[in-house]
Design a protein around this ligand. Structure first.
Ligand SMILES: *Cc1c(COP(=O)(O)O)cnc(C)c1O
Length: 379
């Protein structure tokens, strides 16, 4: 048996005719840039995510970059985030000449530890130069579960910081009834093919709550010009393509159903690990009761992780390591001056976690196979 980490083919086969028709319509209209599909998708996604406005951009990475540009992050500024995330969360900060300030994660949710955040803020609160250059916090809703937003938003209010949610893995996720991406000043979504709502290439979107930020973002994505060839800011070229928007509008109709299946698959894994007596060996994901995770990834923590991964690969089971090197230890960020041991929870997670197949069309038979192969490895 072969179980891929992610198999996009069944989803494609299921709605193939609709998708191809959608692409054909764009081709027939020969309208490729910022047309009706992007405009409608922006409305539909804003609606799905309970946000006031949405702005389509070229990728999730650009969504973060443009959000930081729109709130005015620049050279000399500081932005707080976690070291255990996808590269783009941190590279967007660095690209703007700002400095990332890392806070370690919680061991069970892999999201920013609100106590660590509070501790850091208290530590710098009597250092005016630190506080005055601190501009924003980027909480990451890792693997599909929201970070603990209440303390984050409260700290942000207290110190006048902006909050940019990295919701690239968490479209549709909920925190105390609120949707991922709708709680901060900006919420960043990715339509990379492996995300829960994936296009046929790159794409992204920013959710915003204020008209002012929406307008600035729409100008920044077209080189900072409001009327063509007159530039108010130095923006970038970062638009969502009409073809991608047409595909995403069709897929969006099924997203809620697909997310339910991911959640059901996660529950089934939990049950199977329990029945197999593996709960002492395999730490299953912890989802807080106030959270609804959309399980972009089902990540477990194990001993002898790399050997397990090899063993599963030999059995035809695809897995992935998110993420093998925490960002404070990446060579390109050497200049930031961090060293091994600075963020022990992130470093431990990088050594022990492994993502198992969780996509919506995964079958019970396949899940049983995965769990049995893991059981075999540890007996
Ligand atoms: C995927 C992802 C991004 C970047 O999105 P792209 O569309 O690939 O540019 C940013 N942050 C996180 C946490 C992601 O998972």
């Amino acid at each position: 048996m072969k179980v891929k980490l992610l198999d996009l083919r069944p989803q494609y086969q299921f709605i193939r005719d609709d998708l191809l028709k959608g692409i054909q319509n764009v081709c027939d209209a020969q309208s490729f840039i910022l047309g009706e599909n992007v405009r409608k998708l922006e409305e539909e996604i804003a609606d799905y995510c309970n946000a006031r406005y949405a702005v389509g951009v070229a990728s999730g990475s650009d969504a973060i970059l443009l959000s930081l540009m729109a709130i005015g992050v620049g050279p000399g500024d500081r932005v707080i985030t976690i070291p255990y995330t996808f590269f783009a969360t941190v590279s967007s900060i660095v690209r703007l000449g700002a400095t990332p300030i890392f806070i370690d994660i919680e061991p069970e949710t892999y999201n920013i530890d609100p106590n660590g955040l509070e501790h850091h803020i208290r530590k710098i609160s009597n250092r005016k130069s630190h506080l005055s250059t601190l501009k924003a916090i980027i909480p990451v809703h890792l693997f599909g579960q929201c970070a603990d937003m209440e303390p984050i938003l409260s700290i942000a209010r207290r110190y006048g910081l902006r909050v940019v949610e990295d919701a690239a893995q968490a479209i549709g996720a909920e925190y105390k009834g609120k949707k991922a991406g709708s709680m901060g000043d900006a919420g960043c979504l990715s339509f990379y093919p492996s995300k829960n709502l994936g296009g046929f290439g790159d794409g992204g979107m920013v959710l915003v709550q204020s008209k002012e930020l929406e307008e600035r973002m729409k100008v920044l994505r077209v080189h900072g010009s409001k009327s063509k060839y007159y530039h108010k800011y130095v923006g970038i070229n970062s638009r969502l393509d009409e073809i991608q928007a047409a595909i995403l509008r069709i897929k969006l109709k099924y997203l809620a159903k697909w997310e339910k299946r991911r959640i059901a698959n996660a529950r089934r894994y939990n049950q199977l690990f329990k029945e197999s007596g593996l709960l002492g060996t395999v730490s299953i994901p912890r989802v807080y009761p106030h959270n609804l995770s959309v399980f972009n990834q089902y990540v477990v923590r194990v001993e002898r992780r790399d050997a397990l991964r090899t063993h599963l690969a030999k059995s035809g089971i695809g897995t992935e390591i998110y993420y093998p090197v925490p960002l404070h230890l990446q060579r390109c960020f050497k200049g930031l001056g961090y060293k091994r041991g600075d963020f022990p929870v992130s470093e431990k997670a990088a050594r022990e976690t492994i993502a198992l197949p969780i996509y919506p069309e995964l079958t019970e038979v396949e899940q049983r196979y995965v769990v049995s192969k893991i059981g075999k490895f540890y007996t």
